[in-house]
Ligand binder design. Structure first.
Ligand SMILES: Cc1cc2nc3c(=O)[nH]c(=O)nc-3n(C[C@H](O)[C@H](O)[C@H](O)COP(=O)(O)O)c2cc1C
Length: 303
């Protein structure tokens, strides 16, 4: 039995072509789960070791004889592709410059984001790491202002229902009893005021959720993975979009309320059991920045 995912608990299935295998041991050296080990008689496969094969593909990528194939957990040997040439990879200076120039943007030109560009962003985002393969992250694309505006309205309406429940004096007292102090403080100083702003915005016809963006990517994930997987994929998408000349902003305020609405999850086509984690809005920058900003971490220590 392998690690459970939305596909079930079957482990990956590594197969070695014994006629081509030279027993060099590269696959055994890199296998993180000791499913592949080097023995006196060649490479042994033990799918009962640790969690069994998780289909990370590492063995296929190091085998000099191309004689190992892994299938299962959504992996196929055809997924193994050539490494990009060294000279075509971004170097440290290019990457640092791209990231220093990036800013969250909330004012978009009237231009639409072509489908081809969205597909490029998604292809890069799919290279992100995940806690344990396979990907348990899905993406719902809101392509076009009308679609994004619909999600903005649904978000504001969901906040309206939430405020009805929580935005009163009795709940303020009561919630202090069951919430941790820091959570309660954040709730009072940010979440409730945010809800009021979004609801009022909708009444006035102003989109404070997605700022009239022409495209949005909702990253959602199954219950079988770390929520960080979706956030990391979204971060990769943000960087990819930046490299394609788009401006972006991660939007965290929609997913928690939309995620409580089964009707909306169904309407937007999320797989059963998936919950939204974060949304990335994208478009072209209406007021480009003239300067960058240097930031520093809350704390930094070498231990
Ligand atoms: C997890 C996360 C959630 C965010 N949620 C929102 C949001 O709901 N609305 C918004 O306007 N900006 C949101 N932002 C954007 C931040 O406000 C922005 O990143 C921050 O102000 C720093 O600015 P910069 O991205 O230009 O460096 C979010 C950013 C992150 C990383």
């Amino acid at each position: 039995m392998g690690v459970i995912s939305s596909l079930g608990d079957a482990p990956g299935n590594p197969v070695i072509d014994r006629n081509s295998c030279t027993a060099c041991g590269a696959c055994a050296a890199i296998c993180p789960l000791e499913v592949l080990t080097q023995t006196a008689t060649g490479i042994a496969i033990d799918n009962a070791a640790m969690f069994g094969c998780i289909a990370c593909g590492q063995c296929m990528m190091v085998c000099p004889a191309h004689c190992i194939s892994v299938t299962g957990r959504r992996l196929h040997p055809d997924d193994i592709v050539d490494l990009p040439m060294l000279e075509s990879r971004a170097d440290a200076d290019q990457l640092a410059a791209l990231l220093l120039a990036r800013r969250s943007i909330r004012k978009f030109t009237g231009d639409d984001v072509p489908r081809l560009v969205i597909d490029q962003v998604l292809a890069v985002a799919a290279t992100a790491p995940m806690g344990i393969p396979p990907w348990e992250v899905g993406v719902t694309v809101f392509h076009g202002r009308d679609k994004v505006a619909e999600l903005a309205r649904d978000t504001a309406d969901s906040y309206r229902g939430f405020l009805k429940l929580f935005d009163n004096a009795a709940m303020k007292q009561l919630s202090r009893l069951f919430m941790k102090k820091s959570v309660w403080q954040q709730f009072q100083s940010f979440i409730l005021p945010l809800g009021r702003i979004l609801v009022k915005g909708k009444e006035r016809g102003t989109d404070y959720v997605f700022y009239n963006a022409p495209a949005a990517l909702m990253f959602h994930s199954s219950p079988y993975c770390d929520s960080a997987d979706a956030i990391i994929a979204c971060t990769y998408a943000m960087i990819a979009a930046e490299s394609l000349g788009l401006g972006t902003c991660m939007i965290g305020c929609s997913a928690p309320v939309v995620g409580r609405r089964r009707d909306l999850l169904k309407k937007y086509g999320l797989p059963e059991g998936n919950s939204p984690k974060i949304i990335l809005i994208m478009g072209y920058h209406a007021s480009p920045h003239r300067k960058a900003i240097r930031r520093s971490f809350q704390s930094l220590n070498y231990y």
